[in-house]
Design a binder for this molecule. Sequence first.
Ligand code: FES
Ligand SMILES: [Fe+2]
Length: 341
Amino acid sequence: MSAPLGSAPVTAPAEWYRDPVLWPRERQAVFAANWQFLTHESELRQPRSYRADVLAGFPVVAVRGDDGVLRAFHNVCRPRAGPLAKDAGGVCDGYLTCAYHGWKYTLDGRLRSARDFGAAADFDPRQYGLVAIQVAVWRGLVFVCMADNPPSLAAQMAPLDARLGEADWSGLEVALLRHHDLKCNWKTYVENYLEGYHVPAMHPSLDAEIVAEQYCVTVHGKVVLHDAPPRDETAVYDGLWGWVWPNIGINVYSTGLMIERMSPIGHDRTRLDYVYLMPPGEGVSEATLAMSDQVTAEDVWIAERVQENLNAGVYDTGRLSPKHETALAAFQNWVRAAVGV
Ligand code: FES
Ligand SMILES: [Fe+2]
């Protein structure tokens, strides 16, 4: 008797991957509503240290106060929308000072001085504090969320905790940052990350490192785990790749790891922000970087070619492998549920 056959879901329509109208809806319903990786805690240990970034078009800044508390805000000044942090990070003088007209805010977000503003009876500085957003830390990774009532980060990460056991990443440090710009929709790249089906065809050097017959992708809540045992102890990878909805890859190496944020820039541009985390004083090994660069170049190439074909207007929907692409089916359902398409 053969096993009963499962279904091969139909893919989302090509329009999803090229529609500029869908993008503002995704910004709100997918990115603002969920936890976004900002940086590693080692960058924010010192009081007055800050990190700023633009996440799916939302400028944000996280800063540690003199009281030791880590807070996060929209990096948007109240009167005329200037930036409080002009650069990616550093240590401030105890205030967030706007680059435009010099308003100063304390590190808990209160307006301290509206420089040379003039007298106005209807102006109450207490109403012009910075707009706070949520911040949370998981295993040393700092996340922010723009929703007032965000989903529980700890609950979302529980499947990874179960798989990782005691591995402690809070003592690691940022060894290297890399950025890659892609001409594709963010979902085109994410979907490529969510399956190992393409590994033998697209990544021969990675394929040679792992036992491909045992490559297995599983979905746990909104976490996807790829397990692929390394062939031997010389392998760069540790056999585990995690992914967390909506856009974070966690690439575990035999030493350290790399957090891969799949950052949408618009409906047709995506930036990959790679944060390599290693034990203090240890750089990223040449072998690790060579493998990472090669796999990235192969994925960038295929994601951009797929995007060109999605744009061409000759493909509408396709099929998803019931053996290899169940995480894509789950991802497409999460997008559908969030955006209402
Ligand atoms: S916009 Fe910040 S001081 Fe004017
Ligand atoms: Fe790949």
